[in-house]
Design a protein. Sequence first.
Length: 208
Amino acid sequence: MSTNLRKKSGIIYLSVFLLLICAVATAAMSLVAVMTENPIRERQAAMIQDTLKLVLPQFVSLEEKTEAGKDFTLFTAKDQNGKITGYAVRAVTTQGYGGRVEALVGFLPDGAVYNIVVTSHNETPGIGTKVMNREQIKTISDVIGNKKAPEGLPKNRALDSYKGKTLKEKLSRDNVHFISGATVSSNAMLDLVNTARMILQQTIQGVK
């Protein structure tokens, strides 16, 4: 067998071997994706359910509504008698400093903002996160005294400034809190809340 023929045979064997490795790796990755898809969805659903409990008044049941081609979800909360206790809108804006921001905005039955929790964002740590994150702050005395954290949502001056705002009020930086140095993130949150309010008005009859 000539040297050139041996080289060609070696290249063929190597190519076949690499193809087999790629096929096995692809199959393994596909199997892992299938196996983890449902657990990931279940965790995401559980996270949304836990967050809804924070952004809505007390409820017993939830009705979920989506529309094809539109990136939002509307939740209607009801008590044991079927009376509506509030609404929550999963809304999105792409105006964040880091792009996409997603949040759950809770409303009272009359459309007034109840609570807001940002569920996903890519804002700058220490700047944009001041607008988006709710973090429980502990002082040294709290740690030493083993002080129990208060129940409910941790405070966030920017997010909490929307609480109680009705659908009749025009929201702007004049009547909600903007974080100094985080104007883009603050504007993104304003856009997101206005988007959630618009979705609520357009989807639920009688809420104006």
